[in-house]
Design a protein around this ligand. Sequence first.
Ligand code: ME8
Length: 645
Amino acid sequence: MKYYITTPIYYPSGNWHIGHCYTTVICDALARFHRMQGEDVYFLTGTDEHGQKVEKEAAKKNVTPKGFVDPLVAELKDVWRLLDISYDRFIRTTDEDHVKCVQRIYQKLYDSGDIYKSEYAGYYCTPCESMWTVAQLKDGKCPDCGREVTLQKEESYFFRLSKYAPRILKLYGDNPEFLQPKSRVNEMVNNFIKPGLQDLCVSRTTVKWGVQLPFDKKHYAYVWIDALSNYISALGYLSEDDTLFRKYWAADLHLVGKEIVRFHAIIWPAILMALGLPLPRQVYGHGWLLIGGDKLSKSKQDAVKKDLTDPYELVKRYGADAVRYFLLREIPFGSDGEYTNERFLMRVNADLANDFGNLVSRTTAMISQYFGGVLPEQDADEGVDKELISLADGTFAKVKDAMARLNAPDALGAVFALVARANKYIDETAPWSLAKDESKRRRLGGVLYRLAECVRMTAVLLKPFLTRAPEIVLKGLSCDESAGFDTLTFGRLKAGTGIEKIAPLFPRIDVKKELAEVEKLVNAKKEAKKEEETNMPTEITIDDFAKVEIKVGEVIACERVEKSDKLLHETVKIGDEVRSVVSGIAKYYTPEEMVGKKVLVVTNLKPVKLRGVLSEGMILCAEDKDGNLALVSPEKPIASGGSVR
Ligand code: ME8
């Protein structure tokens, strides 16, 4: 069986935060789970790089859009590497095969009449890359993010979205699995479909950082059509080699944040219908990580004072398993969840360091202490043993059921119920007391055998969720680290197996102390960033620069300004005009040296009087950090009055 799962493709925004990791970590756990079930999994993620936002940011930084996004994409890949994200392809919308595919999709839709030419007037939200009608605006601002929108009018191509409204409604009705959780269906129907779906503007002439339309080179693809197409372009749809497409399409799951359900549950199925392709089995709109009640976002992140949101730092301090575990366990699936470092640390401490870590280290330490690191034999089961064994045997079914509902918190809840039961079993059986009585040695062996089995089964069950600890545990139990779900029956460990004493897997964190340290770190980082920003030259646009008028002048007379040891008074000929200019260069040039020099003069400064002398311009000089000063002059002879560009 195949399983095709996708994350949304990320805007290369930089400032990556823990909220960004949410969708991808869940997808990774699902991909790993299905692989372990023996399915043929294809897991896709990537970046959404075109559009006005990138075009503008790159222009501000004076780099090409590609030059702007490349380092941000490299950073994101690094985050995924740190979190052990096991994607099969990382697609970039700037990849050549993707661009070609988008062009072919447009051509196909144009040829079939689903794309037509008309004129667009609407309100555009650049950060969201979304177009809105006036009726959709909220207090004149973007209804999604509340920011300013700009009125845009242009000749555009449109996709016949309205035509597909009845089929989309029927899709929701006939197939409740298509869009989950259920509440999102009502949202789509009431907010978007019922008020009337408009045809969608799918081209731009003003934004050039995008995919050029094959049938009209003035036009570039609307970023959302470009972006959504990644789910099929990555598989080679409409390419010379579409083997992957034939094998994996349709997607089994598009997991997305709830704010982009609209694109995935209305526009995307309509495009697929128009292309005559099968529809994804499911679109799931998950909730958000909140901070102080709001969605954790790039802009919000700058206001965070206490909490560490940077995935690099979090992985560096607590490890990939801890970050993955928190994301998978703490946020109720389908809802929003508040993120704080305190919640993070409490969760990791309680479940990983205390419950799981303790079970592993106590069990292996006792086998090492009482049996020299050799697994004893299981004795006849008593009532308390039977209860533990039946829980261990039944846990996989619960995990499987939860994962079928995509519910990692429930799946982990089931695994940790087994961990808790095994810890309780240690207290109930008190192996340290059994060890004191030689006649109970067989019973002691049986107890430790059962505990070792629980540890082994827990490690296998945790493999889709954690990527480091299960391997260490399985190695310590002399088990094959690639052990799959088929090993999840109690009693598979052989007596006589060598068992290593496993060191604590997760350090226990002193939460109070750690929170104080984290707060210091967050503030130090903020200060460093602020300093970097204030040291950066303020950026101006080319239009700002164009406001400054600079001309070539010739100094025809010069004298010292009375009672000043700094100022010289020059008479400068600029073309046909003669101007009086005062400059603070008396320490560097004598009046005699100045006469006859060609200089550059800022000519549109407001005139001022300095020491009573009129100054109608400014002579440009260069100054180094040692305080040397030199006039700036044209490098070749050039007539006075010439302008500087
Ligand atoms: O939307 N909590 O990209 P994106 C949970 N390029 N999830 C969060 C989050 C938070 N605080 N912040 C972000 C885009 N995410 C488009 C997608 S797909 C054809 C185009 C999640 O970089 C967000 O919900 O804004 C989404 O699933 C993912 O990060 C990428 O968001």
